[in-house]
Design a protein around this ligand. Structure first.
Ligand code: UDP
Ligand code: MG
Length: 333
């Protein structure tokens, strides 16, 4: 990193945020204007279907620091972040959500911490979702589970709002996995990390784009790509069943040894019970294995994590005029 003048890249994944994108940009601009460093803002349009593309294009026309990266369809938050991290150059790369929940006012402090030598400045939500909310409970349960079963510790309440040094970004780019859980991947890298707590705000407008389906997918990606424990659970359940079967054998034998075999009930119900349990366990174990096989299948296909339809930036030299540098590009994964 050039010690005197690091260049800053800010990456925001955007999916159907037409309602609020201008407000987000205005707030971000106030922060960036005050920064003494050269700065580029990358908006990754994750296949928005509302008027986001038009609004982003207008932002790029008025602000030469803005580059708009348009993905060919909706690939999801983690893929959009990956696209931004792959394309952003800059000595320090900062990622944050475009919905106002991640205060850009923290950016100067994050930059200072990277300049002090931390490769990862990870922000952490304090009392993230006040009251009894669904998000709060699912989030707490998720972090409790993942930290119990995976070897990589992931601090609760850490979202994809962080600053990364060039070294950390380059390391991330070398991790080509298809099922991406960036929080886990960043923690896994093990670079010097500092946690920066903040109080999250409400979304400034629009609705959460994380449907229940997307939340479950992210949790699955995290669990199955950071842990083999589900497979071990299967193996242990199988072991337990064998022990039970052994106990039952001993029990039945004891009737024969003591000559009471006639009093043995026909045993239809217990038999059914055991069959059902064993069947259930087998299905569970097969299911776990199936998920891993599915993940392996997707990894070996080596599909790109995202596809880029277009990159747009007003060239600083051609001031004021939009110069679309239309490009067909493929994620290098
Ligand atoms: N997002 C995205 N692609 C998606 C879903 C979300 O790029 O498929 C963006 C979204 O525009 C926002 C960020 O990712 O900038 C976080 O999404 P959201 O605020 O909906 O998630 P939540 O804060 O509710 O977990
Ligand atoms: Mg949000």
């Amino acid at each position: 990193m050039s010690d005197l003048m690091p260049t800053i890249a800010i990456v925001l994944p955007v999916y159907n945020e037409g309602e609020i994108i201008e407000r987000t940009h205005a707030r971000l601009r106030a922060v960036v204007d005050a920064l003494p460093y050269p700065c580029t803002i990358y908006y990754v349009d994750d296949g928005s279907t509302d008027d986001t593309p038009r609004r982003l294009a207008a932002l790029a026309e008025t602000d030469a620091r803005v580059e708009v990266i348009t993905l060919s369809r909706n690939f999801g938050h983690q893929a959009a972040l990956t696209a931004g991290l792959d394309l952003a150059d800059g000595d320090i790369v900062i990622t944050l959500d475009a919905d106002g929940q991640h205060p850009p006012e923290l950016i100067p402090q994050m930059i200072d911490l990277v300049r002090q030598g931390y490769d990862v400045v990870q922000t952490q939500r304090m009392d993230e979702y006040p009251g009894f909310s669904f998000k709060r409970w699912t989030s707490a349960a998720f972090y409790a589970l993942i930290n119990r079963i995976s070897g990589t510790h992931i601090a609760p309440g850490t979202a994809d709002f962080r600053a990364l040094s060039r070294r950390a970004v380059d390391a991330l780019r070398k991790m080509p996995e298809y099922h991406r859980f960036l929080r886990g991947m960043v923690a896994w890298m093990g670079f010097p990390t500092v946690i920066l707590p903040y109080h999250p705000a409400e979304r400034v407008g629009g609705k959460s784009k994380y449907s229940l389906r997307k939340m479950v997918k992210l949790a699955m990606d995290a669990i199955f790509s950071f842990s083999l424990v589900p497979l071990y659970i299967g193996v242990s359940l199988g072991g337990l069943m064998l022990l039970l079967a052994l106990a039952e054998m001993v029990y039945v034998l004891s009737f024969w040894v003591t000559g009471r075999q006639d009093s043995l009930a026909p045993g239809w119900s217990s038999l059914m019970f055991v069959i059902l349990i064993v069947g259930g366990m087998l299905m569970i174990v097969l299911g776990f294995i199936g998920v891993y096989v599915g993940y392996i299948f997707q990894e070996v296909k080596r599909r790109p994590v995202y596809l880029i339809r277009e990159r747009k930036r007003v060239s600083p030299r051609a001031s004021g005029t939009a110069q679309a540098q239309g490009e067909e590009e493929v994620g290098k994964r």
